[in-house]
Design a protein around this ligand. Structure first.
Ligand code: MMA
Ligand code: CA
Length: 283
């Protein structure tokens, strides 16, 4: 059986079923109208072929088809446009040292030198060296004479010298002055203890120093008429003006001061200012 006949038979069957349904609707007893021939005959024979139906509406859009196979490799594309200029690169490592250059041209001749001296510098330096040795020896000798033979003591600023001659205060002061100094005036602990040590090491007990209250009783001054300031070294209970005439001052080997009578004759200690040294003399 071909497709066309199949469709024809299908159409007949549909028409027959429709006829039966129509007969039941129009031939019912409930209906007061009389039945027609169609109803009475109740045939199922096919009618004549109808005319061709109208053209149907277009179908809905079909589903998306399956993904096709991979296409062939395309041809190589055209070269792209030239890109922008890149950033400047990092500084490279230090290069190896270049080869030594050629020797330069000679410079212009220098001016004429001064006339040579007649000094034999080698001999001169030797002589100066010998002088330095001699100066060092003289310094050592001088120190020995000052400190051992003469028994002089010194600080940076002054020399002290004990005169082992018994004199009154007035004569002692004159003695020191004639020699360019004065009776010692200890103005601080350092110089006072230096003189005290000098007295005791000399095996002595007492010496006159340059302090008195001749001018005004009870008001002791240095012999250069400067007042006692921040320093004094009175022995305990001194000055006591024991005899009522103790206007001059002695230093004991302990460094302690005691007021005594000025006409007492005892040893005394002079002081001499050192001349200020230049840098060259100090070296
Ligand atoms: C002595 C004399 C005085 C001193 C007393 C201390 C007796 O006098 O040196 O100046 O004050 O001794 O005892
Ligand atoms: Ca006294």
């Amino acid at each position: 059986m071909n497709g066309q006949k199949k469709r024809q038979l299908k159409t007949y069957l549909i028409l027959a079923v429709l006829s039966a349904l129509l007969a039941r609707v129009f031939c019912s007893d409930a209906d007061s109208h009389p039945t027609t021939d169609v109803c009475s005959t109740n045939t199922i024979l096919p009618g004549p072929k109808g005319e061709k139906g109208e053209r149907g509406n277009p179908g809905e859009i079909g589903k998306l088809g399956k993904e096709g196979p991979m296409g062939m490799k395309g041809e190589k594309g055209d070269p792209a446009d030239v890109g922008d200029q890149g950033m400047i690169g990092k500084i490279g490592p230090i290069g190896t040292k270049g080869e030594k250059g050629c020797k330069g041209l000679s410079g212009p001749a220098g001016g004429k030198g001064k006339a040579g001296s007649v000094c034999d510098c080698g001999r001169y330096r030797k002589f100066v060296g010998q002088l330095e040795v001699n100066v060092a020896r003289l310094k050592t000798s001088l120190k020995f004479v000052k400190n051992v033979i003469a028994g002089i003591r010194e600080t940076d600023e002054k020399y002290y010298y004990i005169v082992k001659e018994e004199r009154s205060y007035r004569d002692a002061l004159t003695h020191c002055r004639i020699r360019g100094g004065t009776l010692a005036m200890p103005r601080d602990e350092a110089s006072n203890s230096l003189i005290a040590d000098y007295i005791s090491k000399s095996g002595l007990f007492r010496v006159f120093i340059g302090v008195n209250d001749v001018e005004k009783e009870g008001q002791f001054m240095y012999t250069d008429n400067t007042p006692l300031q921040n320093y004094s070294s009175w022995k305990e209970s001194e000055p006591n003006d024991a005899s009522g005439h103790e206007d001059c001052v002695e230093m004991l080997s302990s460094g302690a001061w005691n007021d005594v009578e000025c006409h007492l004759t005892i040893y005394f200690v002079c002081e001499f200012m050192k001349k200020k040294k230049t840098d060259l003399q100090r070296a």
